[in-house]
Design a protein around this ligand. Structure first.
Ligand code: NAG
Length: 281
């Protein structure tokens, strides 16, 4: 009687159904029925929770992807070369100090000329015809001889090209020893173009890295003290460009449709303004 009572007590507590009988096996069965009925009763709710959890995970995954692509690739406005763009925070070498210790600045030297040449030598690249079609330029673009592809240059190389010109303009006697007055005027105009191009480029990039100021013991006015810059990873972009680079200046390689070889001597116009904008080395 005592045993029976305890069985009943157990059955009521676990299954809320009073059909339980005597014996250890029965107790086990009761417990099994209890679990099966819990699943039966809550199945829909558990499944619904799982579906909601899955949906949230999916939504969060796509939001994370979006944020990731914005911070790494920047806004998705220009598709060409997009895969080469990775944003990062950088410190500039040599900070804000007034100096000429960069390999790209200072008085003319073979080392300096070589550095500028190496930086710009890859500037002209192969552009696929789909991109040219997208730009509506496949009828007027300059084709690579014997290919469906065209020749192009990323803006950033045009900027560097302009800086090189301005540097050379500072040492005209060295870089343009034999030019006449009209060429000198053309050179001046070309550099004015470059300065305005670089102004628009800086305003276009909008580097929002902050410059703070500090007092110097010897200067009455506060001096600038840079922090970091918002940059693309240059090594990755330059590598991407180098892999697509074409040497447009090979003597006789590029031929004008009616006027003949564009670079018969393998070099561009030094003043670079006589026949429009030539990207020479
Ligand atoms: C600017 O600040 C840094 C510390 O962040 C310091 O090392 C540097 O000398 C400061 N001055 C200049 C002119 O860069």
């Amino acid at each position: 009687m005592k045993g029976r009572q305890s069985d009943q007590y157990f059955a009521v507590q676990t299954s809320e159904d009073a059909t339980s009988k005597e014996g250890f096996l029965e107790k086990g069965q009761t417990r099994y029925q209890y679990e099966a009925s819990f699943w039966q009763r809550h199945k829909m709710m558990v499944l619904a929770q799982l579906v909601i959890l899955g949906l949230w995970t999916l939504i969060m995954y796509f939001v994370a992807l979006q944020i990731n692509s914005l911070s790494i690739h920047g806004p998705d406005l220009i598709h060409f070369a997009r895969e080469a763009i990775f944003w990062e925070e950088r410190k500039f070498k040599l900070g804000d100090t007034i100096q000429e210790d960069s390999i790209y600045s200072g008085r003319p030297s073979q080392e300096l000329d070589r550095a500028w040449h190496d930086l710009l030598n890859v500037e002209n690249i192969r552009v696929d015809s789909d991109t040219m079609k997208h730009l509506g330029r496949e009828q007027i673009g300059v084709r690579i001889p014997g290919e469906e592809n065209f020749i192009g240059t990323l803006n950033v190389y045009h900027e560097i090209h302009c800086l090189k010109r301005i540097h050379q303009y500072m040492y005209q006697d060295h870089y343009f020893p034999d030019i006449d007055d009209s060429q000198r005027e053309m050179n001046r105009l070309h550099n004015e173009h470059c300065i305005d191009f670089l102004r628009q480029s800086a305003m276009c990039h909008g580097d929002v890295g902050l410059i703070t100021f500090e007092w110097s013991p010897t200067n009455l006015i506060p001096i600038a003290n840079a922090t970091t810059h918002q940059c693309v990873n240059w090594e990755k972009l330059d590598q991407w460009t180098r892999e697509r680079s074409v040497d447009m200046l090979q003597p006789g390689w590029l031929v004008h449709p009616t006027l003949g070889p564009a670079f018969p001597m393998g070099e561009g116009d030094k003043i670079g303004a006589a026949t429009g904008h030539v990207h020479g080395p």
